[in-house]
Write a protein that binds this ligand. Structure first.
Ligand code: HEM
Length: 515
């Protein structure tokens, strides 16, 4: 054989080898994809790397996800960037799934695992989460945020004190003029939150308090804009996102420095109380509760579960989770009452008939079905977290016969539940009476899930109920409210939370003295 022929044969052989190699690789990749996707829930296809993200309405993702649920059913899956996501829109399935230990994780997002590093309460998992959930739950109960219990009256009085601060302030600035009630509402409700968490509150014009409120208002919006980083973490290196990340990380650092100063103050106060009373559990706020619990732990547990980082993140989570959600819900509440003046008058009449001018108490709520129902209706029609707060699967599992891989983001889609036409007639109509049955009692369909359900259900739901009722009732007892612009947008802006667009009210005093 001449050498040219041999060379030709070798080239041919090489090409065959390359062809066989490539074909095998492609077959293996396809087989792997089939194996990886075996028995997953139905759902739309996406592009490599970005998945379904390009088709998600960036401003109203909950609308796209709700539309998809109509096509693919109550359990469907899709890829959002690198995160495989399963969306749930049936209350029974959500209850069943969220009652498992294996779904008590958080979704593998850059926000929870990257920015927050799994610290705090909202983003933590495992032992750290269990310990701080227990701590928070117990201290909230101990301080009176509970249906029954010896300290409930104390908590009611604390909140009422700040409600009166709110209406008193409106007297000085708002009567018969147009007013944005967001800042005074946030100050008064926030002051009650501060006392419960930090053991102190600040004057309206205090620089630090203004700064904390600023971060609280802006951070969720920034985190909303930075949303794609959650699914495509490499985006954080692009200049557009770098600025946002800088803002978030610097804000976090600045807040933690301030928290440390408050911790030092409260630590001295706690020491004094302990010496005075000769006992070691005198905690009067959550921050002190952390210090007491830490003292009572062995050195290795304290090091593992009670680090400074955990302390700062826990305080930030509690502050953010309580203030943002409740103030936003109340803002929607007042907007809807102003949009539906007849309902507003009927609620006020109910309050006048039952309370006869005295301040409300939680026991009254049983006799105030329309008031109670109007708060539920607000949380239904404009849930603060319309997409829901996602969980993460900690192991491979099965949901309704489908295989759910470990590390899946599980979304309880609140918007779909709260706007399901088969359950709620005219879901975009504000109609509190849908929650009142023929006997005049409150009846909540299982589709209503503003606090979600199961192992990670909102730990502050009792406290939230108190804030909403007291601030709502006190305002209505004192003022009638009208929107300055009756055509104001009622869809809001969706960052981490769904917040109303800027708006102002004309508030008119009710000519009755609250005793
Ligand atoms: C209208 C007011 C509120 C709404 C609608 C709301 C809603 C929610 C929702 C949907 C979750 C996610 C639950 C889950 O992951 O399954 C949550 C978690 C949480 N909420 Fe609330 N919340 C409100 C008020 C509060 C208040 C007043 C506090 C104060 C302590 C609070 C503290 C928390 C915390 C710490 C978590 C994380 C729980 C965990 O991961 O174990 N929330 N909330």
């Amino acid at each position: 054989m001449n050498s040219a022929l041999i060379q030709q044969m070798l080239i041919y052989f090489d090409n065959v080898l390359i062809f066989v190699f490539l074909t095998t690789a492609i077959i293996l990749i396809i087989a792997y994809q089939f194996w990886k996707n075996r028995n997953l829930p139905p759902g739309p296809w996406g592009l490599p790397i970005v998945g379904y993200l390009p088709w998600l309405d960036a401003k109203n993702p909950y609308l796209t996800l709700t539309a998809l649920s109509k096509k693919y059913g109550k359990v469907y899956g899709l890829s959002l960037g690198s995160v495989y996501t399963v969306v749930l829109t049936d209350p029974k399935i959500i209850k069943k799934v969220f009652s498992r230990d294996s779904t008590a994780g958080r979704a593998p997002l850059y926000l929870t695992h990257g920015i927050m590093n799994g610290y705090g309460l909202i983003c933590s998992e495992g032992d750290l989460w269990k310990e701080h959930r227990r701590l928070t739950f117990n201290y909230l109960r101990q301080f009176g945020a509970t249906k029954v219990g010896p300290n409930r009256k104390k908590m009611e009085n604390l909140i009422l004190h700040h409600c009166l601060d709110f209406t008193d302030h409106l007297k000085t600035v708002g009567e018969n003029t147009e007013i944005d009630i967001f800042p005074p509402l946030r100050h008064s409700l926030g002051s009650a939150v501060n006392v419960i968490i930090f053991g102190k509150s600040w004057d309206r014009d205090d620089k630090l308090w203004k700064r904390l409120q600023y971060f609280q208002e802006v951070a969720p919006k920034y985190l909303g804009v930075a949303g794609p980083i959650n699914f495509l973490p490499f985006l954080r290196f692009l200049p557009k996102y770098q600025n946002i990340m800088d803002f978030i990380l610097k804000g976090k650092e600045e807040t933690h420095i301030e928290y440390q100063k408050i911790i030092n103050e409260q630590s001295l106060i706690l020491d004094k109380l302990n010496i005075q009373n000769g006992v070691t559990n005198n905690a009067t706020n959550i921050l002190q509760g952390f210090l007491v619990e830490k003292q009572n732990k062995s050195a290795d547990v304290a090091e593992r579960l009670y680090s400074d980082d955990q302390f700062y993140h826990l305080l930030a989570d509690l502050f953010g989770a309580s203030l943002d959600t409740t103030v936003t819900t109340l803002r929607w509440y007042f907007m809807y009452l102003a949009k539906y003046p007849t309902i507003q008058d009927e609620i006020r009449k109910e309050l006048e008939d039952v309370l006869q001018g005295r301040p409300p108490s939680m026991e009254d709520l049983n006799h105030l079905p329309l008031t109670d129902a109007s708060i539920l209706e607000t949380m239904r029609i404009r849930p603060v977290v319309p997409v829901g707060i996602p969980h993460g699967s900690l192991e491979e599992m099965e949901i309704e016969g489908y295989r759910i891989p470990k590390g899946t983001m599980l979304v309880p889609l609140q918007w779909a539940l709260h706007h399901d036409e088969t359950v709620w007639k005219d879901p975009e109509q504000f109609n509190p009476r849908r929650f009142i049955n023929d006997e005049g009692k409150i009846e909540k369909p299982e589709h209503l899930m503003p606090f979600q359900v199961g192992k990670r259900m909102c730990v502050g739901n009792e406290l939230a109920g108190m804030f909403l009722f007291f601030f709502g009732a006190t305002l209505l007892q004192n003022y009638s409210i009208t929107l300055s612009d009756p055509n104001v947008d009622m869809w809001g802006e969706c960052g981490i939370t769904l917040t109303p667009q800027d708006h102002t009210f004309l508030i008119t005093p009710i000519n009755k003295n609250v005793k």
